[in-house]
Every structure is written in C-alpha cells, then in structure tokens.
Ligand binder design. Structure first.
Ligand SMILES: Nc1ncnc2c1ncn2[C@@H]1O[C@H](COP(=O)(O)OP(=O)(O)OP(=O)(O)O)[C@@H](O)[C@H]1O
Ligand SMILES: [Mg+2]
Length: 221
C-alpha cells in the first residue's frame, strides 16, 4: 500500500476526517434506525386508516412524505460528512462515482486505474472524490461532451486526470494561465483541496478538443 506524503496532511486533518466519519456513522445508526422505526409504525397506521377509510388518512400520508424528506436530508448530510463509498478505497470510490455520473447524465464515463496501489487514507480519498465530483459536474454543465475518461496512476506521484471530448474552455479564457482564468467556486475549491494535500491542479484545453483537468499529489512509498 502506498501512503501519500502530503506535507499538510496533518494530525489535525486526520482527526477531523475521523470525527466526520464517526458523526456520519452515528447519524446513520441512531437517527437512521429511529426514522426506520417511525416509518414502520406509520406504515401500520396508514394501513389501518385506509382499511377504515378514515378521514385522517391524508394527514398520515403527509406525515409519510415528511418522513421521506427527513430521510433524504439525513442521507445528504451523511454523504456530505463522509461519503460511505470512501470506505472502499480510492480506486473503487472513483469507479463508483463514475458509474453514478453515467447513470445520472447518460454520458459515457470510463475509468482506468491500471495496477494502482491501494490508497485508503480517508482524507485523501474524500478530497479526490470531491474533486472528481466537481470535475464531472463541470463536464455535465459546461462541456457538451459525449464522453469522459478518468484515469488514476500512482507512481512517483499520484495523478488523477479527467478528460472530456467537449467544446473546450471558453475562448476568452483559452490563452490565460491557470491563476488568471475566470473561476467559479468549483475550480477554486478543487485547487484548495489539491493544495491541502501538498499537490496542484490544472485545467487546460486539449489539443484535439475538449478539456483536461489534472491533479498531481506527492506520494511516499
Ligand atoms: N470540462 C469543462 N468544459 C468546458 N468548460 C469548463 C469545464 N470545466 C470548467 N469549465 C469552465 O470553467 C469555468 C469555471 O468552472 P467552476 O467550476 O469554477 O465554475 P462554475 O462551474 O461555472 O460554477 P460553480 O461555482 O457552481 O462550480 C466554468 O464556468 C466553465 O466556463
Ligand atoms: Mg463548477
């Protein structure tokens, strides 16, 4: 297994990630179990009200809708705190994210992680997963692409690349260097996540068309 030698991957960052994972687990196990119990009780109540054609049935149905919304909210919160897929390690988490993206957008998304050593450090996996999510969201929103290629390689350094075959970067930005390119929150956040791991991030136009986003992180063996 390969460990990342990110200089800023401090004890504090590790602790914070562990704490977020613990809160996510507690939310799932405590609140999640309680919501399941309420859902079962409510289901029985609605069945009974329906059998009796009771006037209170619409209120019970409304309570069920509120419960479903509360569960969705809890799941979003858990995912925000610590995406469950992080536990699979980096390569599988990236593959999962790409499958999810393909299903959501109907865009082709291929992943290549040939012989990649396993990276399990939760802070690293979460950071790269969030970078990939934003990169894919940008492809879906801006690129008009037909296909996305995601690749991960871990050698002297870790390199994550997201290449699309879309329209490329806006013309007014094409000649600017990375720091002067007009950016929304997405690129700034991605760059900050890479920097927090001692690495860097670039977004550039591909010579054959489309864009290439690449993340380079230091690795210790
Ligand atoms: N894959 C891509 N193809 C084409 N243009 C892109 C791509 N990725 C980013 N861009 C361009 O870079 C700009 C900055 O991206 P960034 O993610 O920072 O902001 P945004 O997506 O516009 O807004 P948000 O703050 O919601 O992420 C985009 O507005 C878009 O013009
Ligand atoms: Mg964006």
């Amino acid at each position: 297994m390969s460990a990342l030698a990110a200089p800023d991957l401090s004890h504090e960052q590790r602790l914070r990630e562990e704490e977020r994972a613990r809160i996510a687990r507690d939310l799932h196990d405590d609140l999640g179990a309680q919501l399941t119990g309420i859902g079962m009780a409510l289901g029985l109540l609605r069945e009974q009200l329906a059998r009796e054609q009771h006037a209170a049935l619409p209120q019970a149905d409304y309570a069920q809708q509120l419960l479903d919304q509360a569960r969705e909210g809890m799941e979003r919160l858990i995912d925000d705190l610590h995406p469950p897929v992080v536990e699979f390690g980096l390569a599988d988490a990236l593959r999962w994210q790409c499958r999810h993206f393909s299903r959501q957008t109907a865009l082709e998304c291929h992943v290549q992680c040939p012989d990649t050593p396993s990276v399990q450090e939760p802070f690293v996996v979460v950071s790269l997963l969030r970078i990939l999510r934003e990169a894919l969201a940008n492809v879906a929103r801006h690129a008009q692409a037909g296909k996305v290629e995601v690749s991960l390689a871990v050698g002297e350094e870790l390199i994550l690349e997201v290449a699309d075959d879309g329209i490329g970067l806006p013309p007014q930005d094409a000649g600017l260097d990375q720091q002067r390119r007009s950016e929304g929150h997405g690129l700034a956040n991605m760059r900050m996540r890479a920097a927090a791991l001692g690495g860097s991030l670039m977004l550039e136009a591909r010579p054959g068309g489309g864009s290439l986003l690449s993340v380079h992180l230091p690795v210790a063996h």
